[in-house]
Design a protein around this ligand. Structure first.
Ligand SMILES: Nc1ncnc2c1ncn2[C@@H]1O[C@H](COP(=O)(O)OP(=O)(O)OP(=O)(O)O)[C@@H](O)[C@H]1O
Ligand SMILES: [Mg+2]
Length: 233
């Protein structure tokens, strides 16, 4: 049994249904229980429409469950104000979305620095150095002043990964991070995620349809009919 301070995320009986005035509610998650320890790497797989993105958004406090409890670093997310949640998200969580969502008018370096501006509109000391170091590490040290339109899809996705890392999050949530990439770019992005997990002990939760990427994570959870099938915790 892991010690409590090793637990990053704890989900208990999480349910989610989408409600709307003119339609029947859509039940998506029907009792997800999961404990994620610091430094773990987890793949969440399942058919299209099974609720993987819904779950990831809830894990990252971008959406809230209909029922059930979610604790991040021992804090019950439902007890936090919107402002506290925004701050928790910004400091602790790095998001990588399927599409990179880079700002087209900003350079590579500026895009990476965006999450550091949240506190007072200024990048803190050391952020530029860290950004350059990380961009170097993903092979983009020579692309600092390029704009997203001047980069390949794989390069944009690497910039998005660096942006997710700039605030040194303890948790990375990635939704189909390799979905838009060719085989070789997908493989090098997977290498990068695995390295970060191993060397920086970043906890990694990856939603993916790729069996290659899932196989490189420590554990795989299969989402089926709103719950984890098979090896669920
Ligand atoms: N805002 C919403 N309102 C109503 N239903 C929704 C909403 N968002 C998602 N759904 C429904 O919830 C279910 C799960 O959606 P979700 O996006 O989590 O699936 P997914 O597993 O990520 O699928 P994919 O692999 O295609 O990305 C789907 O049936 C979807 O139609
Ligand atoms: Mg999805």
């Amino acid at each position: 049994m892991a010690e409590d301070n090793a637990v990053v995320l704890r989900l208990d009986a999480v349910h989610k249904q989408y409600e709307s005035a003119d339609r029947d509610p859509v039940p998506v998650l029907k009792g997800i229980t999961l404990t994620v320890n610091r430094g773990e790497s987890i793949a969440i797989v399942g058919p299209s429409g099974s609720g993987k993105s819904t779950l990831l958004n809830i894990l990252g406090s971008l959406d809230s469950p209909t029922n059930g409890s979610i604790q991040l670093d021992g804090q019950e997310l439902a007890h936090l104000t919107e402002q506290d949640l925004a701050s928790v998200r910004n400091k602790k969580i790095g998001f990588i979305f399927q599409s990179h969502h880079l700002l087209p008018q900003c350079s590579v370096l500026e895009n990476v620095l965006v999450p550091t501006l949240a506190e007072n509109g200024k990048a803190p000391a050391g952020a530029v150095e860290r950004a350059k170091k990380l961009l170097d590490r993903v092979g983009l040290g020579h692309r600092l002043t390029h704009r997203p339109a001047q980069l390949s899809g794989g390069e944009c996705q690497r910039v998005a990964v660096v942006r997710a890392l700039i605030n040194q999050p303890s948790l990375i949530l990635a939704d189909e991070p390799t979905g838009a990439l060719d085989h070789s770019n997908a493989e090098s992005l997977a290498d990068l995620l695995v390295e970060l997990n191993r060397d920086e002990k970043v906890t990694l939760i990856v939603v993916t349809h790729s069996t290659d990427l899932a196989a490189r994570m420590g554990t795989t959870h299969q989402l089926q009919d709103g719950t984890f099938a098979g090896n669920a915790a």
